[in-house]
Design a protein around this ligand. Structure first.
Ligand code: PCA
Length: 322
C-alpha cells in the first residue's frame, strides 16, 4: 500500500468505529463464580453489543479495583463511573438503605419484590441526591444460619463470634447474644479457619462460594431476608454519554434486573443442594429458635421504623398495602 491508500484505509477503519467509543471500569465486590457477577458480565456484554462497542464496560470483580467498602464513594466521586455494592452496606449513612435487611420483614421472593417496588422510588431519590443513578438491583437468596453444631435455641449462639456483613447482621448477632465481627465474603474461609468467626448468616450462594462445609456442619434454613446488590452509575458520567448509548444502558439494566431475580430464585434450591452434596446437614429451625428469631425480627422492625422516620414508615405502609 502506498501512503495515500494507507491513510484512506485508516480513515475507513476509523469511520467504522462509533464516534464516541468509551471504556468504563466497573468495580464489583464479589467473585467471578457468584451469580451477581455473572449477571453483571452479561449486562456489560449486552451494552457492548447494543452500542456496537460504543460503551465497553470492564468488570473488576472481587474488590480488585476498589474494596467493597470503597465502591459507592468511588462511584460518587467519579473515580469509577459505575459499580456494584450491597445496598444495605449504606445503612450507616441512611437507614432507608437497610430496608431489605430487616429479618422476616420480607422473607420470600414475592415479598422481596413487593418491598422493592415500595422502596425503589425513595432509594432512587436518595441516590440522586448524591449524584448517583440506580441502574438495577438483584436480591441474594434468603439468608440462613451456618453453625458448627446444630442450634436448638438462640442461647446456643451466646458468646460465639458471629460474622456480620452490614449493620443489620451486626445488630442481629448482638440481639442473639453473639459477638459480631465484620468480614467480607472473600475473607470468610480464613476467618473461620483462624477462629475469628464461628457462625454466620448468609445465602446458600455465599455458603457455596466460600465452601462452608470446610468449617461448619449445619445449615439451618431460615430464609430470613433477601438483601440486594445494586448497580449504580455516576450521574454526570452517565449524562456525558450519547443519548442512544444511555438508552442502551437502561434497556440492558432492565433486562439484567429481570434476569438477576430469576437467577437468584433458581440459585436457592441449587445451592442448598450443593451444600448437602458436600456433606452439610440442612435442617429446619426448631420451634423455639423460630419464635425467638421472630421476636428479634419484630424488635428490629420497630427499631428500623424508628430510625428510618417518615420515609421509612411510608415505605412499609406501601409494602403492607400491596
Ligand atoms: N452474601 C453476601 C451478602 C448477602 C449474601 O448472601 C455476604 O454474605 O456478604
Amino acid at each position: 500500500m502506498n501512503t495515500t491508500s494507507k491513510i484512506l484505509a485508516g480513515l475507513v477503519a476509523a469511520a467504522a468505529l462509533p464516534a464516541t467509543a468509551e471504556t468504563w471500569d466497573m468495580p464489583t465486590p464479589y467473585g467471578d463464580t457468584v451469580f451477581h457477577t455473572q449477571n453483571i458480565t452479561q449486562f456489560a456484554e449486552d451494552v457492548s453489543e447494543a452500542t456496537d462497542g460504543g460503551l465497553e464496560i470492564t468488570v473488576h470483580s472481587a474488590g480488585s479495583l476498589f474494596a467493597h467498602p470503597e465502591i459507592k464513594d468511588a462511584v460518587r466521586r467519579g473515580l469509577a463511573p459505575i459499580g456494584e455494592t450491597l445496598m444495605s452496606r449504606l445503612e450507616n449513612e441512611d437507614p432507608i438503605f437497610g430496608v431489605d435487611s430487616v429479618p422476616f420483614l420480607a422473607a420470600s421472593y414475592d415479598e422481596a419484590e413487593k418491598l422493592w417496588e415500595a422502596s425503589r422510588p425513595v432509594i432512587e431519590e436518595r441516590l440522586a441526591g448524591q449524584g448517583l443513578t440506580l441502574l438495577f438491583a438483584v436480591p441474594w437468596p434468603g439468608q440462613s444460619l451456618y453453625t458448627q453444631e446444630p442450634v436448638e435455641s438462640v442461647s446456643d449462639l451466646e458468646g460465639t463470634s458471629f460474622r456480620a456483613y452490614n449493620a443489620a447482621t451486626e445488630r442481629l448477632a448482638t440481639l442473639m447474644g453473639a459477638v459480631p465481627t465484620q468480614i467480607e465474603t472473600g475473607d470468610i474461609p480464613t476467618a473461620f479457619a483462624t477462629g475469628r468467626a464461628d457462625a454466620m448468616i448468609t445465602s446458600p450462594s455465599t455458603g457455596v462460594s466460600s465452601q462452608a462445609w470446610d468449617f461448619v456442619s449445619t445449615y439451618t434454613e431460615l430464609e430470613a431476608w433477601l438483601p440486594k446488590n445494586m448497580v449504580i452509575v455516576n450521574t454526570a458520567a452517565f449524562e456525558g454519554l450519547p443519548e442512544d448509548v444511555r438508552a442502551a444502558v437502561m434497556d440492558a439494566a432492565e433486562a439484567a434486573e429481570a434476569r438477576g431475580w430469576e437467577m437468584s430464585e433458581a440459585e436457592t434450591e441449587a445451592q442448598i443442594a450443593a451444600l448437602k452434596e458436600n456433606g452439610m446437614q440442612v435442617v429446619q429451625p426448631s420451634e423455639t429458635l423460630s419464635s425467638e428469631l421472630a421476636e428479634i425480627g419484630e424488635t428490629m422492625t420497630s427499631e428500623w421504623l424508628e430510625t428510618a422516620g417518615e420515609d421509612g414508615q411510608a415505605v412499609i405502609e406501601a409494602y403492607r398495602s400491596e
